[in-house]
Design a protein around this ligand. Structure first.
Ligand code: GLA
Length: 339
């Protein structure tokens, strides 16, 4: 057994458009952010995993089969168990984590931790990032009990800095599209924390599933449109968001390829409005941030990630970013950037 120390770095992600559709057959457009997690792993020759982080304050010493404890080391614990089940590593592991990805801000800190632990465990020569992302999603779904889609794991496992990952969530095929030089994505934390495990994500996900079941389809994004009229109330609104977001996302891929910044910006705004009105995952504080970002000159702005707090993403002309940000901060002094 090798006791060699392996260190990997994995970034967080921001999603530009394609929200709440990665379990409904949609195309999503995330990209990595600068903040990242650094994770070091080495076999320790015992039957115990030792998971530590100076930053998060405590060290977990746990048996190799310990179930989820609903604390931060769960992401590492679940990944190590998956890596052992795949025969990638053997026995207890020492893992240390340092991350500057803001936690609970919708920037995929949890997916990045799982992907980092899997990458640090992957044998040399195994390079399939899609299989690794799928394994990471299983850790979230099955070990941590979060019924998320595949976007976050793919974004952080297969994404490339400065590129948008145009990901078809039906089969995980993707294109890496460079962000044009005259586009800048600014990510801003609302300061409102949220956790996917807290129940609100699961509740919305179940509502979307109920809408799909009522229409007898696997993927709401594959609908033609008129079928939506058969639904009413909340299921109709959720299904309308998913279907329209699926269309917007495909249009956004075209706008990105055509380097049409204002068309992309308009799609981001329509996405936010749909998340606010149909998906009902925004908060007044995030609506105000988006409105002010636009009023001060952003070409597009929207909440990013699952919502209920977290961050907004704004599309701004690079030469305007400094003055635009100063003006936004004058209105909202508590805001912090996270791009
Ligand atoms: C979270 C989930 C993703 C996705 C987004 C919403 O980030 O982990 O799978 O569903 O919410 O787009």
């Amino acid at each position: 057994m090798s006791t060699e120390e392996v260190t990997v770095r994995v970034p967080g992600r921001v999603n530009l458009i394609g929200e709440w559709i990665d379990f409904s057959g949609g195309t999503v457009l995330p990209m990595p952010i600068r903040s990242e997690i650094t994770l070091t792993r080495r076999s320790n020759g015992t039957q115990t995993d030792v998971i530590g982080s100076a930053q998060f304050g405590n060290e977990a010493r746990v048996g190799m089969e310990t179930p989820a404890q609903h604390d931060w080391p769960d992401a590492v614990r679940g990944a190590l168990q998956a890596a052992r089940a795949m025969g990638w590593i053997d026995g207890g592991q020492d893992v240390s984590v340092h991350s500057d990805i803001p936690v609970g801000q919708g920037l995929s800190s949890s997916a990045a931790t799982i992907v980092a632990a899997l990458k640090a465990s992957r044998p040399a020569g195994e390079t399939d990032d899609v299989a690794l992302a799928l394994a990471a999603r299983r850790v979230e779904n099955e070990f941590m009990g979060v019924p998320c889609g595949i976007m976050d794991q793919m974004a952080v496992a297969a994404g490339r800095r400065g590129h948008v990952l145009a990901l078809d969530t039906v089969d995980c095929s993707f294109e890496l599209l460079p962000l044009p030089d005259d586009w800048e994505i600014v990510v801003i934390q609302s300061g409102v924390q949220r956790e996917l495990a807290d129940g609100s994500y699961k509740m919305r996900q179940l509502e979307c599933q109920a809408a799909a079941d009522a229409l007898g389809v696997e993927h709401l994004c594959a609908l033609k449109g008129p079928e939506l009229l058969k639904l009413s109330g909340a299921p109709a609104r959720r299904a309308r968001h998913i279907w329209t977001e699926g269309q917007r996302s495909l249009e956004a891929v075209d706008a990105l390829k055509a380097r049409d910044r204002s068309a992309f910006g308009r799609l981001m705004v329509a996405s936010h409005n749909s998340l606010r009105d149909d998906m009902e995952v925004s908060l007044p504080v995030m609506d105000r941030m988006v409105e002010d970002a636009l009023a001060l000159g952003a070409e597009g702005a929207r909440l990013t990630g699952a919502g209920f707090g977290g961050c907004i993403a704004a599309l701004v002309a690079p030469e305007c970013v400094a003055t635009w940000w100063a003006a936004l901060q004058a209105r909202h002094p508590q805001l912090k950037r996270a791009d």
